[in-house]
Design a protein around this ligand. Structure first.
Ligand code: NAD
Ligand code: ZN
Ligand code: ZN
Length: 380
């Protein structure tokens, strides 16, 4: 089958790999209809991780069930499904508590709980930027979608970034009527803003410096805050009579940079601590990683970073972190899409064939104007 494989820093290749196949009785194989390029793929693409050469990338997958193992119940061949990026067993203590993003069983790496498709340090699983994908514990993980092709570009956000953005607002403790600050207007930040509005936020401030992304934030009714035009903290404090927002979402990660482009991994956490009022909550879904001795890019910022914990403590703020447990939200978000109450497809900028993935990665990584969210269609 054709698949996108990692070759080295800023090098991916679309090539032939062995077909995905059933390996355990609880597996299914899904024929991929849509698979997305994510900001999380860029950590590997930019050489910031120790992901192995030859790994098939892609953790934002949906498609149609092609084959099921003999022990798969509930899901059957022909079902249209969304595949959460987390690979969960469904029965370990974290899964039973709804923390499928920290499954203790599916990642064989010592000391790491939580597995994902096509990802560094998240287990030996190939990704779905390919014609077919092997899905472990299929009856646990797969979410059924209405048959047909309707809402494809909305449903494709259910595997990761819509639940992730939603989770950011949950971790932040967002209540109806709250003002919220979202740092980052990438796909994840825009999904957090969309979620905050659906969950009843009063005002949503979205901080970034990319004009096209800020324009999308404005398009959905959020207040764009351009940090290249001045301190974003001051801009939000000015708009809230000095009080700050009730809560905030971090949707940037350790690759945060200042207006000149220099990386400062602590910058957004520092800004959030200043932007959010005393006792307010901060949801961190932007990724921070422990030191990875195998990372190819020695300049990558990892592990220990120093943000202003003193102010965070003094303001009595709360902070929640981590990879999102997609299954906790994806059924509800699917039904909001079906009911017309959520339209996460507003961020889609490009729909490419799988063979155009090399170009898609390059343009998305460079944040070329207008390249907000790239979908790949293996069937085209
Ligand atoms: P992206 O790289 O497309 O977007 C990041 C945005 O942050 C960019 O638009 C950039 O201009 C902006 N930015 C950079 N520095 C900033 C600053 N100082 N202040 C405000 N904005 C700034 O990535 P994405 O796809 O939107 O993903 C964002 C983060 O979320 C990544 O770290 C990704 O790995 C992570 N992520 C986490 C989960 C999870 O489950 N927790 C899931 C998916 C993605
Ligand atoms: Zn993703
Ligand atoms: Zn588990």
């Amino acid at each position: 089958m054709r698949a996108v494989v990692y070759r080295g820093p800023r090098q991916v290749e679309v090539t032939e790999v062995p077909d995905a196949r059933i390996q355990e009785p609880t597996d299914a194989v899904v024929r991929i209809t849509t698979t997305n390029i994510c900001g999380s793929d860029l950590h590997m693409y930019e050489g910031r991780t120790s992901v192995e050469e030859g790994k098939v990338l892609g953790h934002e997958n949906m498609g149609v069930v092609e084959e099921v193992g003999p022990a798969v119940t509930r899901i059957k061949v022909g079902d249209r499904v969304s595949v959460p990026f987390n690979i969960a067993c469904g029965t370990c203590r974290n899964c039973l508590q709804g923390w499928t993003s920290f499954c203790t069983r599916t990642n064989p790496t010592d000391g790491v709980d939580g597995a994902a498709y096509g990802y560094a340090n998240m287990g030996p699983y190939d990704g779905g930027q390919a014609e077919y994908l092997r899905v472990p514990f299929a009856a646990v993980n797969l979410l059924e979608l209405p048959a047909g092709t309707e809402h494809e570009n909305d449903f494709t956000m259910l595997s990761d970034i819509f639940p992730t953005g939603w989770h950011g607002t949950v971790l932040a403790g967002l209540q109806p009527g709250d003002d919220v600050a979202v740092y980052g207007a990438g796909p994840v930040g825009l999904m957090a803003a969309h979620s905050a509005m659906i969950r009843g936020a009063a005002r949503v401030f979205v901080v970034d410096k990319e004009p096209d992304r800020l324009a999308l934030a404005a398009q959905i009714g959020a207040v764009p805050v351009d940090f290249s035009r001045g301190d974003p903290v001051e801009q939000v404090l000015d708009a809230t009579q000095g009080r700050g927002t009730d809560c905030g979402v971090e949707a940037v990660g350790y690759q945060a940079h200042d207006h000149s482009g220099e990386e400062h991994p602590e910058l957004v956490l520092d800004n959030l601590v200043k932007t959010v009022r005393t006792t307010g909550g901060i949801g961190v879904v932007g990724v921070y990683v422990p030191e990875d001795p195998g990372a190819q890019d020695e300049g990558a910022q990892q592990g220990r970073i120093g943000f202003d914990y003193g102010t965070f403590f003094t303001k009595g703020q709360q902070m929640g972190t981590g990879q999102a447990p997609v299954m906790r939200y994806n059924r509800q978000l699917r039904d909001l899409i079906v009911a017309g109450r959520a339209t996460p497809s507003f961020i889609v900028s490009h729909e490419l064939g799988l063979d155009e993935a090399v170009h898609g990665y390059d343009q998305f990584d460079k944040r070329v104007d207008g390249w907000t969210k790239v979908l790949l269609r293996p069937g085209q």
